[in-house]
Write a protein that binds this ligand. Structure first.
Ligand code: MG
Length: 373
């Protein structure tokens, strides 16, 4: 459908440290494999997505969330005729910069870094990981990923403003990223909206009727499912309805993007880049449903007392551990070696951001006593 807007693997601006081509994997397939073999990727398994694992064995963690995003993004890229390899690499890397404890962790680290006149953002952190913190190749620091994957890491969820950060100026801040990167954000949104409903249902925070009362499209789906499967259990009907919901959102993403590309009249990747706004979008209806779902989840799930208590505790613990390492930088592991040019607060931030939830709690208990504040 949009194969004329596909980013071809031959068009890559290449890697920082030039490497010979691989015999049978294109550059984006190689990037995908480097991401999957990285430590940061494996640590996603023990990082909270939204629900901490102590309530149930079935909640998403950041790794299973990442797989869901990759599956949705790749489906959309395939249908549209875009580059599935670039899309997959971008989806798999999109959350590797997340600290422990989900958004609470990100907020707390950002707050700590602001005391030193800096910020913390998980996309910029992902770039630090793939550019320098991962250390497994003798010939270069980091993973030496292609320009397009590194560009997508910092631009998949927002446009840059020229001059906002000298470090980001190399990622063409005046241009939009290719469609493969643009679609990651809405694939992410589709995946987490559906997954958070599912996990919240498992956590007994909501019933299908509650979603139906807030989201008209979901009410229609639920009614159809109830008519089609009168003997099914509530759980079966709920899962059936979620499948239809995801399907509708993904179709809305495909149709919305095709319509938007036609309206924009873009003929090639360069015109996508030059276009003043993003091309990838939902249809109006799917966009409205996605916004209603977010609002419902915010009111009903993210700000529920169950999650708020966890969030407050995690932020306090993170603040204390950050303060501890600032006072005792000698306790930082070997990453802070001679020749390490990072200021101490950046080394502390990198260390804590890389931790899994479990490792954070173990470290906290060892250094500061009981983790049950
Ligand atoms: Mg995500």
């Amino acid at each position: 459908m949009l194969s004329h807007l596909r980013f071809s693997s031959d068009e890559s601006r290449g890697r920082r440290y030039p490497e010979p081509e691989h015999a049978y994997r294109n550059p984006f397939q190689r990037d995908r494999d480097r991401i999957v073999y990285s430590r940061a990727f494996r640590r996603l398994e023990n990082k909270t997505q939204v629900f901490a694992p102590d309530l149930s064995d079935h909640f998403r963690n950041r790794l299973t969330h990442t797989i869901e995003v990759a599956e949705i993004a790749r489906t959309v890229a395939g249908v549209l005729g875009l580059n599935e390899d670039l899309t997959e690499a971008l989806a798999l890397v999109h959350d590797v910069g997340h600290p422990p404890f989900a958004h609470a962790g990100e907020e707390a680290l950002d707050r700590e870094m602001q005391r030193y006149g800096e910020r913390f953002n998980h996309n910029v952190q992902a770039l630090r990981l793939v550019d320098m913190l991962e250390s497994r190749y003798p010939r270069f620091p980091g993973l030496n990923l292609t320009f397009e994957v590194r560009e997508g890491i910092v631009k998949h969820s927002r446009d840059l403003t020229p001059g906002e950060s000298p470090a980001l100026d190399q990622y063409l801040p005046e241009l939009r990223p290719p469609l493969e990167a643009q679609l990651i954000d809405l694939a992410d949104e589709t995946a987490y909206n559906a997954a958070d409903l599912d996990d919240a249902y498992d956590a007994e925070l909501l019933r299908p009727e509650d979603i139906a009362a807030a989201v008209p499209v979901y009410a229609e789906i639920l009614e159809t499912v109830e008519t089609s499967f009168p003997g099914a259990t509530e759980r079966e009907r709920f899962h059936e309805s979620l499948r239809h919901l995801i399907d509708g959102l993904v179709s809305g993403l495909i149709d919305g993007t095709v319509a938007s590309a036609r309206a924009a009249g873009v003929q090639n990747v360069e015109e996508v880049r030059q276009f003043p706004s993003r091309i990838v979008r939902f249809t109006n209806d799917a966009g409205a449903t996605s916004r209603e779902l977010k609002k419902f989840l915010y009111q009903r799930v993210y700000s529920s007392s169950e999650l708020s208590e966890d969030r407050v505790r995690s932020m306090e613990q993170l603040e204390r551990l950050f303060g501890y390492f600032m006072a005792h930088p000698e306790m930082l592991p070997g990453e802070s070696e001679p020749g390490d040019a990072r200021p101490v607060h950046r080394a502390v931030c990198d260390y804590i951001a890389g931790m899994t939830d479990g490792f954070f709690l173990k470290t906290y208990t060892a250094l500061l006593g009981s983790s049950s504040v």
